[in-house]
Design a protein around this ligand. Sequence first.
Ligand SMILES: [Cu+2]
Length: 410
Amino acid sequence: MGNIILQDDNEDGLDRRGFLKCMAWAGTGMLWVMNGGILKSYGMSQVIDRQTGNIKRGLDLPKGDFSFVQLSDSHIGFSKEANPDVVGTLQAAIAKINALPSPPSFILHTGDLSHLSKAEEFDTLDQVLKSAKSEKVFFVPGEHDVLTDDGKQYLERYGKETKGAGWYSFDSKGVHFIGLVNVVNLKAGGLGFLGDEQLEWLEEDVKRLSSSTPIVVFAHIPLWSVYPEWGWGTDDSAKALSYLKRFGSVTVLNGHIHQTLQKIEGNITFHTAMSTAFPQPQPGMGPSPGPMKVPAEKLRSLLGLSGVNYVEHGHTLAITDMPLISDMTNRVVIDNFSFTPKELTVSPGTKVTWVNHDEVPHTVTSTDKRFTSSRVLDTDGEFSNTFNESGVFDYYCTIHPHMTGKVIVK
Ligand SMILES: [Cu+2]
């Protein structure tokens, strides 16, 4: 009995066995209710009773002027241990949306719809989203949606009426919504990036608005410095936010980091959303971001329900593996979002091979475009390049540009 009580105070399904735990956790979206000009958020698991599938009894959920739901990081196509059924967890999120007393005006999906930008992954996402009781879904791309073609396919599917790489704005019930793209043209050593063309568009877009207009900005990578060491931030976000300083109420919604974090800075409130697919470690807790396998007893701390620091065992093991790996000559291992060794010195004529041991895709791309992996390296993917000339060859991952490395040929 004591056991049951312990489990009951968690609303995220800890009393299920094995995978269902993850499923119940991951099937979450964020409900946003606009009430008298104030936007308030509710985690879907706060709202929907997991036993009955209905809205919780006695919950005082304001009807509000209108509401919308944020979904994020569905990673359709991912099938590794952290969640072998990402379609199932997305469906669970949508079941919660459909159980709301009044359907949300629309859904915002803040990117990483797919895991590898594959056509069939986008098809599956579209199929599943069709079952949501909501009039429309608005998207912005994540870096996983623009892996192979600089986002061409994404734009064809989701960006027909957008500008540039897929940015746009729209008005709904007096609120101005702005979808930004910060996952293309990423620079070596950098973070998310908006670029001048988009920034100029943004400045122009908000010029005509009165300062009392509530603004909601949504983009994939956080527009604030969550943890730059892991690439969790955007290089030129300060400029974008400077255009929004004069507005009384600005809400910024992001995904990418697969957990909820909030920050208030002046007139701006920042929020990040959970993934419908898999969790990632808290900033700095563990050697790198990436899919986290969640044992039942750890889930609680992960969800911020207690203050226990989480150490990911799989990743710790990966670190102790590294000395062995770096013994292998002329190989660079990609693990925990880094290249090891970071600097490799070889003699002219040497063939260097990179192998990806992460559960997320990476690229190996010369900073000055002298060599590049022709396609994205998925788990266990390899790429080789023969270095005939002497020199220093800097490279990075175009998906996670804070990942950099160097080959010195002499
Ligand atoms: Cu990468």
